[in-house]
Design a protein around this ligand. Structure first.
Ligand SMILES: *Cc1c(COP(=O)(O)O)cnc(C)c1O
Length: 431
């Protein structure tokens, strides 16, 4: 029986079936759970070697295309795309650490990541030690233990815009054969590529600048492909020892790419935070315009930061692009083509002024997100950083009058006009 002679319900399901290949220039969206096998042996081969495509949780051509694109932009060897930035951080950590292991992390990290370390990885018996003064190599060195399996930091952090000296910290990692994992979400590969400075693994919330339009979530893990079994094998028994049933080790099968292979074969598909092929497509499309957006956003942000710094209602601006920022010189060394577009500033009028501010914006959107084409504002003290103690908030540069901006691609004069009118309203409250 062919589909033509089949009954209505069968035709509805099968008539569109196609095995055509067409050289689509844009990345095709393979919105499918699975892929038809050519024959019996093809299916068996796929299950034994993992080659080709069988089921979207373990591999999908649209997702694969975006992984190639992001690995290339981060100067990495390979990448794994997952469903969110949180999934990327969790997958990266579970790729290098297990029960009884330890990680050393910067204090200046995304609150969701901090929660993951303190609440979730802790319950899996992966303990974290936090480094406050991330510019002090000795502070990192002192935190390392025999069971430390990763150093973790953000290349450019929120809220104080701290810049990490990636080379200095990756050198310490090398000394102890521990990979440095960098969350490069705020800097983006358009401004900074951590692997070029010695980082082993880069993670992103692709929900931010990479996708760029605030419409989808995603995350990515990019690996340098330089896992060295001789040097680092003792810190990664799961990569160098034979697998279940005496199977060849991950390193024996994948060499320098053992870490990312383990993330792809074992961690990401088992914990299961797989990306939708449609979301992968939107991320890939976003990435095509990344450099243009980041260039414009950085220009706009610098203008706005300079303008705010001069404004009488403003007590201070923490933007690494300003010469007044303590990490400005480090920023010049690591960031090329702009200083990013996420920063905080603090109003003299404290909490009432901040409340007035977010309630009066018109062009800016009051929302918890960053890296969007639209300009956004959030009050960290009562939102993202509300779980911290007041003392911790102060140390992190989050005061009652502090607001976080994520600058978009709008005409900067319209953004300045909006801020001008809002600060006028702020002045009236305080007066
Ligand atoms: C948003 C963000 C994350 C988490 O990403 P999601 O895509 O929201 O899961 C991690 N790190 C940084 C720096 C972020 O800004």
């Amino acid at each position: 029986m062919t589909v033509d002679t089949a009954r209505f319900a069968t035709r509805a399901v099968h008539a569109a079936r196609s095995r055509e290949t067409a050289a689509s220039r844009a990345t095709p969206i393979y919105l499918t759970a699975g892929f038809e096998f050519d024959d019996f042996d093809h299916a068996a081969d796929h299950f034994s070697t993992g080659a080709g495509f069988g089921y979207t949780r373990t591999g999908n051509p649209t997702v694969r295309a975006v992984e190639r694109q992001l690995a290339a932009l981060e100067s990495g060897a390979d990448a794994v795309l997952v469903a969110s930035g949180q999934a990327a951080v969790a997958t990266a950590l579970l790729t290098v650490a297990g029960a009884g292991d330890h990680i050393v992390s910067s204090t200046h990290i995304y609150e969701g990541t901090r929660g993951l370390f303190l609440d979730n990885l802790a319950r899996l018996d992966i303990e974290a030690t936090f480094v406050d003064d991330i510019s002090d190599p000795d502070a990192w060195r002192a935190a390392i233990r025999p069971n430390t399996r990763a150093l973790f930091a953000e290349s450019l952090a929120n809220a104080r815009n701290d810049v990490l000296d990636i080379r200095a910290i990756s050198d310490i990692g090398d000394e102890f054969a521990i990979p440095l994992i960098i969350d490069n979400t705020l800097a983006t590969p358009a401004l900074l590529r951590p692997i070029e400075h010695g980082a082993a693994i880069v993670v992103h919330s692709a929900s931010k600048f990479l996708a760029g339009h605030g419409s989808v979530l995603g995350g990515v893990i990019v690996d340098d492909g330089r896992f060295d079994a001789e040097h680092a094998g003792h810190n990664a028994p799961h990569l160098v020892l034979p697998g279940r049933g005496d199977a060849p080790s991950v390193f024996a099968r994948h060499g320098g790419r053992a870490r990312i292979a383990y993330a792809r074969e074992s961690v990401a598909p088992r914990f299961g935070a797989s990306p939708s092929p449609l979301n992968a497509f939107l991320i890939g499309q976003g990435v095509e315009t990344l450099s243009l957006r980041v260039e414009r956003q950085s220009q706009n942000a610098l203008r706005i930061a300079q303008w705010l710094e001069q404004h009488e209602e403003v007590e201070g601006v923490d933007y690494v692009g300003l010469t007044s920022h303590p990490d400005h010189e480090l920023g010049r060394r690591y960031l090329g083509g702009g200083f990013g577009s996420i920063f905080t500033f603090t109003l003299r009028g404290g909490l009432p002024a901040a409340r007035r501010f977010v309630e009066h914006v018109q062009v800016f959107t009051h929302m918890t997100h960053i890296g969007d084409v639209r300009s956004l504002v959030l009050h960290p003290g009562t939102t993202s950083h509300a779980q911290r103690t007041e003392e911790e908030r102060e140390a992190l540069g989050v005061h009652p009058g502090t607001l976080r901006l994520s600058i978009g691609i709008e005409d900067v004069d319209d953004l300045l006009a909006d801020l001008s009118h809002v600060l006028e309203a702020v002045r009236e409250t305080v007066a």
